[in-house]
Design a protein around this ligand. Structure first.
Ligand code: ADP
Length: 603
């Protein structure tokens, strides 16, 4: 039931109750007042009748119909009422309604209740249906006392009774009832018409508001209610419109942001994927769809089912376990090189994960091309360089006559050719290491096995520059597994640098230790590493250059390094060899005090 019907029914209900109450109240009021009026009228008439009869009635033993009935008829005519005279035996001697034989045939009236009341209490009043006249009457009876010379109080001689028909009262009440009923019906009709219209005025805005909220709920955000009043309803409508405006603004803003995000996600070069806690795909941008070759329907499907890349699953599990960002290079296609850098970011603690896939196949390809180019060029340079060196050496050794400057030129050619061929072989070595083709020939050995060969290489140099090499490696250290030739190269490169960049009279110290770290806390497994330190008392490396010295061709002081015969590849080669052993290399240095290079090889 809508509010309009509810209100209308309530209105009608209230009016109906009021009208009914009014109807009954008026009817009773009228009946009471008319009845009181009739009673007092009857009382007056009865009193008059009694006085009249006391005077005119003959003596008790002399009652005749002919003497009394005309008296009574006359009284009835003047009073416009039914008047009856009854003697103490109950015989009716006169009645306005009966004459002659009919009067004589009237039954005994002594037992009439009003007559009994009059005899007992001095007056009697009764509403009764009269059998004689077949109508309803109100009777008022009074005893008549006649004064005689012997009795001044008077002797009871009979009862006079005055009666008025109740018909008038009933008709008047009936009329009034009809009138009130008519008025009620008219009032009711008026009320219905009025309430329908006035309620319509009230409920119309409410209905409109309801409609608007319905269409708002259905998503029609541009609906507004017309504001046509200044009362509370108008205010409500205004507030609703304001609220809708605000919502519209916010939705517009969100849509705009959504559009922007959508554009970014659609056009970006990275693949972006959203998966839920069960690793089911909830979103994928076009790049991710093409990278992972997702089918048409992928939302809600488990990632592993669609794209069988176990590494991706492992990465997701890692992110789930650590609740932190996980990163890996993953091969998405069938190529041998890892093609993509994949980052998994947990959002909302384990409920969602963002997977960002960065395709690096092109970069890898470029790197390969560059490395191939360097390797090829180096290779091609090798033969001509050997020839140049050969001829220059021959020229020098020949016993020919030549000027001093000619000899200087040949020496210069020889030196530069030597430098070039060192550079070429180092480049080739670096390319070989970078290509990943190097197969490690690991053997178990003690660090001290490298002592003698190192001395062989560096003794002349050390003596020349008056440097001291301290070999402080205890025999108690365990053996470790390395490719001896490559590890020797690392040591040679580091010690060569230490000698080059330490002024005469300095010290170079080689030491080592075992480092134990608790890598896997839960399983009590510890990881052990052999850490070798190469320390010098040389010129040191400025802070800003420290992170870069392992880059190829990076030199702190280009002129000085060239003078020293450096190529700028020594540390890059050392780093690659260490990485091939799954190890790490890093340094500590302060300018003017010296540097320490640390090499860690897992045992
Ligand atoms: P280079 O062949 O020029 O020595 P490296 O790759 O071996 O090339 O070293 C790169 C640069 O790092 C060097 O040019 C030098 O400036 C700096 N460097 C390396 N080792 C040391 C050291 N022990 N003391 C000071 N500087 C060093």
């Amino acid at each position: 039931m809508n509010i309009r019907t509810q209100l209308t029914l309530r209105y009608i209900g209230i009016v109906l109750v009021v009208l009914l109450a009014m109807y009954f109240y008026l009817a009773t009021m009228l009946k009471d007042s008319m009845s009181t009026r009739i009673t007092s009228e009857l009382e007056i008439q009865a009193a008059l009748t009694r006085e009249f009869l006391i005077e005119k009635l003959p003596a008790t033993d002399n009652f005749t119909y002919d003497a009394i009935d005309p008296l009574v008829d006359k009284l009835g005519k003047t009073e416009k009422a039914r008047v009856t005279f009854i003697d103490l035996e109950g015989v009716v001697w006169g009645d306005t309604e009966r004459d002659g034989a009919a009067l004589r045939a009237m039954d005994n009236h002594l037992k009439r209740p009003e007559v009994q009341d009059a005899l007992q209490f001095g007056s009697g009043i009764r509403d009764r249906y009269s059998n004689t006249t077949q109508t309803e009457f109100r009777y008022y009876a009074m005893p008549i006392y006649k004064q005689t010379s012997q009795n001044s109080e008077g002797t009871l001689i009979g009862i006079c009774r005055v009666a008025l028909p109740m018909e008038a009262v009933n008709t008047a009440i009936g009329n009034l009832r009809r009138m009130v009923l008519l008025a009620s019906v008219a009032g009711l009709i008026l009320t219905i018409v009025f309430s329908v219209f006035s309620i319509k005025i009230i409920t119309k805005p409410i209905e409109k508001l309801t409609q608007m909220t319905q269409s708002l709920a259905a998503g029609k955000i541009d609906t507004r209610v017309p504001v046509d009043s200044k009362n509370e309803l108008g205010q409500l409508s205004r507030n609703f419109n304001l609220m809708a405006d605000r919502m519209q603004e916010q939705i517009d803003q969100i849509s705009e942001e959504h559009r922007r995000l959508e554009t970014i996600l659609t056009d970006m070069g990275e693949g972006v994927l959203l998966v839920n806690g069960a690793f089911e795909i909830t979103y994928a941008n076009p790049m991710a769809i093409s990278m992972l070759s997702l089918p048409n329907v992928y939302v809600g499907k488990a990632l592993i089912e669609i794209n069988r890349i176990p590494e991706l699953q492992t990465l997701l599990q890692a992110a789930e376990q650590t609740e932190a960002v996980a990163f890996a290079e993953i091969r998405l296609g069938n190529l041998t090189e890892p093609e993509a850098e994949v980052t998994v970011v947990p959002v909302a603690t384990g409920e969602e994960y963002v997977i960002v896939i960065h395709d690096v196949s092109k970069e890898r390809q470029l790197e390969r091309i560059r490395a191939d180019f360097v390797a090829n060029v180096s290779h091609e340079l090798r033969t001509p360089l050997t020839t140049i060196r050969g001829y220059a050496e021959t020229l020098l050794s020949e016993d020919a006559t030549r000027t001093k400057s000619q000899e200087q030129f040949v020496v210069k050619i020889l030196n530069h050719a030597a430098r070039l061929s060192r550079l070429v072989s180092e480049l080739l070595e670096l390319s070989r290491l970078e290509s990943g083709d190097v197969e490690l020939k690991r053997t178990l050995c003690h660090l001290n096995t490298f002592h003698a060969p190192i001395l062989d290489v560096f003794e002349p140099l050390l003596e020349e520059s008056e440097l001291v090499l301290k070999w402080e490696i205890p025999e108690s250290l365990p053996e470790f597994s390395v490719d001896q030739q490559l590890f020797m190269q690392v040591l040679v490169n580091l010690i060569d640098n230490a000698i080059k960049y330490t002024p005469d009279g300095g010290t170079i110290t080689i030491s080592a230790e075992i480092y134990t770290s608790e890598a896997f806390e839960e399983s009590n497994i510890t990881s052990e590493e052999m850490i070798v330190h190469v320390q010098d008392t040389g010129i040191g490396i400025p802070m800003e250059s420290q992170p870069r010295v392992f880059e190829r061709f990076y030199r702190v002081d280009k002129g000085r390094a060239r003078e020293m015969g450096g190529t700028g590849l020594g540390l890059a080669i050392a780093k690659h060899i260490v990485l091939c052993h799954n190890g790490q290399i890093w340094l500590e240095s302060s300018l003017g005090e010296g540097s320490v290079f640390h090499v860690a090889i897992p045992l």
